[in-house]
Design a protein around this ligand. Structure first.
Ligand code: NDP
Ligand code: MG
Length: 387
C-alpha cells in the first residue's frame, strides 16, 4: 500500500525538491498534504498537480486566493499554524517531511512525532530550539522516527549504518565555508545581502543561504548532530571543504574514516530519508570521479566567523540557550536582509542577546517555556536593532 506523505513547506527549496523525489517514488508514496506560507499561487499549482487530500496555507491573506484558484479540487484547505497541527496529526498520515524554515517548524514537527509519525527532518531549527522535547517525543512514541534530510547528517547517518555504535570515535561535519571564506574582516564589513545570497555550491532558501555565509548554518548543524546522534560536543568537529563533494565523515576508534560523497544535490538525502532502510535508483546527476582532482580541507576560522563559536557555546551550555541563539539568529538574518544591520552585525546581535539571557529563568523546559524563551529572545533582539 502507498504511504501517505505530508510536506510541511512544500513551496520552499526542500519542499519543491521533495515533490520531484516523490515523482520518482510514485509507486510507494501518495502526496496526502502540502503546506505553504506566503506563496499561495505556487501552492495552488501544486494542489492542481498532486491533488492532495489536504493543504494548509499559514499566511491568512492567501486563503481565499488558494480556494479560488483550485475550484475542481475535492480536498480540504486548512488555515494558519493550527492547520499544520491538524494535518500532521491526521491518522491517515504516515510520513511527514518537515521543511518549514525556522522556529515555525517546532510545533508541527513535535506534534507529528507525538502522533507517532515518521519525520524526515530538514528543519534543523526545531532540533536546535527544542532538541530535548523532540527526543522525549521520540522516546515516548514507539512508532515515531526521525530521519535526517540535512546533507551532512544524512551522510553521517548513512555511514553509521555500516558500523557498530561503540566503534565511533567522532564525526566531522563538512562546511563549504560560504562565499566569504577568504574575505578579510575589513572586506566582510561591506558584504551586501545580494552577495551573501549567492552561495558557491548550493541553491537554497534565503535564510539558510545567509546562515551558510556566516557559518551559523554549521553551528546549527553541530547542535543538530548532538541531538540526532547523541554525541557530546567534543565529538563533533567541523572541517571546511569548499567543493561540497564529501558531505561529512565519521571517524572510528581505529583511525579509519568513512565518508559519503555525492554531487551538491539535496534530492539524494531527501530520497534516502524516504526510502530508508532501502535504496532506490533515480535519474539524478552522479559524481564523475575523474573530475575530483582537487578536494581541499581547512580548519574553520572562528575569529572571522564567530557564529560557529557562539553555537558551540550555546550547545555546550544547554538548557534554553540554543533556543535563544536560534531566535536571535533568525531576527539578525531578517534585519541583515532588510538592510538594518551589517553582515558582521549578525554575530554581534546574537552574542548580545545570549549575554542577556539568564539561564536560571527557565529550568523546566517544555513547549510553553521554549516558545516563551523564543519570543523573549526576539523581543530583546529587536531592542538592540537601530531605528
Ligand atoms: P525556503 O525558504 O526555500 O522554504 C521555506 C518553506 O517554509 C516555504 O514553503 C515557506 O512558505 C514556508 N514557511 C516560511 N515561513 C513559514 C511560517 N512562519 N509558517 C509556516 N511555513 C512557513 O527554505 P528551504 O527549503 O531552503 O529550507 C527549509 C528548511 O530546510 C530550513 O530549516 C533549512 O535550514 C533546511 N535545509 C535546507 C536545505 C536546502 O538545500 N534548501 C538543506 C538543508 C537543510 P512560502 O514559501 O509559501 O512562504
Ligand atoms: Mg547542511
Amino acid at each position: 500500500m502507498k504511504k501517505n506523505l505530508v510536506i510541511l513547506g512544500a513551496t520552499g527549496s526542500i519542499g519543491r525538491q521533495t515533490l520531484e523525489v516523490v515523482e520518482n517514488l510514485a509507486a510507494d508514496y501518495r502526496i496526502y498534504g502540502l503546506t505553504a506560507h506566503h506563496q499561495g499561487a505556487l501552492l495552488s499549482t501544486q494542489i492542481r498537480k498532486f491533488q492532495p487530500a489536504k493543504a494548509v496555507v499559514t499566511a491568512a491573506e492567501q486563503y481565499q486566493s488558494v480556494l479560488a484558484a483550485t475550484p475542481e479540487w475535492a480536498g480540504q484547505l486548512l488555515a494558519g499554524p493550527e492547520g499544520l497541527i491538524e494535518l500532521v496529526t491526521d491518522p491517515a498520515v504516515d510520513v511527514v517531511v518537515s521543511a518549514v524554515v525556522g522556529a515555525a517548524g517546532i510545533r508541527p514537527t513535535l506534534a507529528a512525532l507525538e502522533a507517532g509519525k515518521k519525520v524526515a527532518l530538514a528543519n534543523k531549527e526545531c532540533l536546535v530550539a527544542a532538541g530535548e522535547l523532540i527526543l522525549a517525543a521520540l522516546e515516548k512514541e514507539k512508532t515515531a522516527a526521525l530521519i535526517p534530510v540535512d546533507s551532512e547528517h544524512s551522510a553521517i547517518f548513512q555511514c553509521l549504518q555500516a558500523i557498530a555504535a561503540p566503534d565511533l570515535k567522532q564525526v566531522h561535519l563538512t562546511a563549504s565555508g560560504g562565499p566569504f571564506r577568504q574575505f578579510t574582516t575589513q572586506q566582510m564589513e561591506a558584504i551586501t545581502p545580494e552577495a551573501a545570497l549567492n552561495h558557491p555550491t548550493w541553491q537554497m532558501g534565503g535564510k539558510i543561504t545567509i546562515d551558510s555565509a556566516t557559518l551559523m548554518n554549521k553551528g546549527l548543524e553541530v547542535i543538530e548532530a548532538h541531538w540526532l546522534f547523541g554525541l557530546s560536543y567534543d565529538r563533533i568537529k567541523v572541517v571546511v571543504h569548499p567543493q561540497s563533494i564529501i558531505h561529512s565523515l565519521i571517524e572510528l576508534v581505529d583511525g579509519s574514516l568513512l565518508a559519503q560523497l555525492g554531487p551538491a544535490d539535496m534530492r539524494l538525502p531527501i530520497q534516502y530519508a524516504l526510502t530508508f532502510p532501502e535504496r532506490k535508483g533515480n535519474p539524478f546527476s552522479r559524481l564523475d570521479l575523474y573530475q575530483l582532482s582537487d578536494l581541499q580541507f581547512y580548519p574553520p576560522d572562528g575569529a572571522r566567523f564567530p557564529c560557529l563559536e557562539l553555537a558551540y557555546a550555546a550547545g555546550k551550555a544547554g538548557g534554553a540557550l540554543p533556543t535563544v541563539l536560534n531566535a536571535a539568529n533568525e531576527e539578525a538574518v531578517r534585519a541583515f536582509l532588510a538592510g538594518e544591520i551589517t553582515f558582521l552585525g549578525i554575530p554581534r546581535l546574537i552574542e548580545q542577546v545570549m549575554n542577556e539571557y539568564d539561564k536560571g529563568i527557565n529550568r523546566d523546559l517544555n513547549l510553553e517555556t521554549i516558545l516563551a524563551v523564543d519570543a523573549w529572545a526576539r523581543r530583546v533582539s529587536r531592542q538592540y536593532l537601530p531605528g
